[in-house]
Write a protein that binds this ligand. Structure first.
Ligand SMILES: Cc1cc2nc3c(=O)[nH]c(=O)nc-3n(C[C@H](O)[C@H](O)[C@H](O)COP(=O)(O)O)c2cc1C
Length: 276
């Protein structure tokens, strides 16, 4: 098993950058100036020590500096490109029946492992229904779960019953908008280090939207699924094995069948309060 923190003494400049950047003060400079993992219990495994070292002298948990992406000269989206995306991104609710490219999807989902999580908990699971065929099976299971749900004599609310009947009868799909894919991001509620599960899943969904759109995949947030889960707590448990207590959020995706020649105008909605 590899050490959590290793430093190559021949390379280390003893500059203290890793010690200074350690958020929970798990690292300490020894008398000889070399950094050491003094308090492993405090370490949140964020890998900042690996990232910040100017000469790549740090190996963290077996991850060698040479295997990290080099940030110098790395292509990043410009400020203009990023703002343009935010001003023109759209919730797409019409999709073609073609599946998205599996390789592209794999790459995007892997990149999502980089999404920040509170205290670096890294307890997210990305449950992905990637194809039209799989989505159609899920829709079937979803409807079955709604039909099988019994809560005494309580009737399903109209906002849920009406779209469910439409979907079952092959009509409009108000829940999933005819998407060929669904990503459910969940956070393991049994994991002791998780402090911000709701925020973690929402941030990852936001990053999925960004990365998916950048790769030509259209998306739409699927808040409806969460509302249905509140009425039918066993829903995700019986359909895809996500426990009823697990925090999650969902996002639909696919190849968009609609394009928007212009953006909407919302800069004015930013309620900015500077307190200088
Ligand atoms: C948290 C959240 C949940 C949403 N849930 C749904 C949903 O269940 N179904 C849907 O069609 N749109 C959903 N939307 C899309 C919003 O209606 C949409 O973002 C809003 O109308 C603005 O449109 P735009 O995303 O195209 O800018 C959701 C958006 C957010 C941020």
């Amino acid at each position: 098993m590899s050490e959590l923190f290793e430093v190559n003494a021949a390379k280390c400049l003893k500059c203290g950058a890793c010690v200074r950047d350690c958020a929970f003060r798990a690292l300490r400079a020894e008398a000889d100036g070399l950094p050491k993992m003094a308090f492993p219990d405090r370490c949140m495994k964020c890998q900042h020590c690996l990232a910040v070292c100017p000469v790549g002298a740090v190996t963290f948990d077996g991850r060698r500096a040479e295997e990290s992406v080099v940030t110098k000269g790395l292509e990043l989206p410009s400020a203009a490109a990023t703002e343009n995306w935010l001003r023109t991104r759209r919730s797409v609710r019409r999709f073609s029946s073609d599946d998205v490219d599996q390789e592209v999807l794999d790459r995007v989902l892997k990149a999502l492992g980089n999404s920040p999580t509170g205290c670096n908990a890294r307890a997210l699971t990305f449950t992905c229904i990637p194809t039209r065929a799989a989505m159609d099976r899920f829709r079937g299971d979803f409807i079955k779960a709604i039909e099988n749900h019994r809560d005494g004599t309580k009737l399903l609310p109209r906002w849920l019953a009406v779209p469910a009947i439409k979907l079952r009868n092959g009509g409009e799909d108000m829940f999933f908008r005819g998407a060929t894919g669904l990503l459910i991001v969940s956070s393991d509620e049994t994991c002791p280090g998780v402090t911000t599960p709701g925020e973690d899943v929402t941030i990852a969904c936001s990053h999925f939207e960004l990365l998916a759109n950048a790769n030509g995949i259209s998306t739409c947030w699927c808040g409806f699924l969460g509302l249905v889960q509140k009425e039918i707590p066993e829903l995700l448990e019986v359909t895809i094995g996500i426990r009823r207590t697990t925090p999650f959020y969902a996002i639909l995706f696919g190849r968009g069948a609609v394009s928007y020649p212009r953006g909407v105008q919302r800069d004015g909605y930013a309620n900015i309060v500077y307190r200088r």
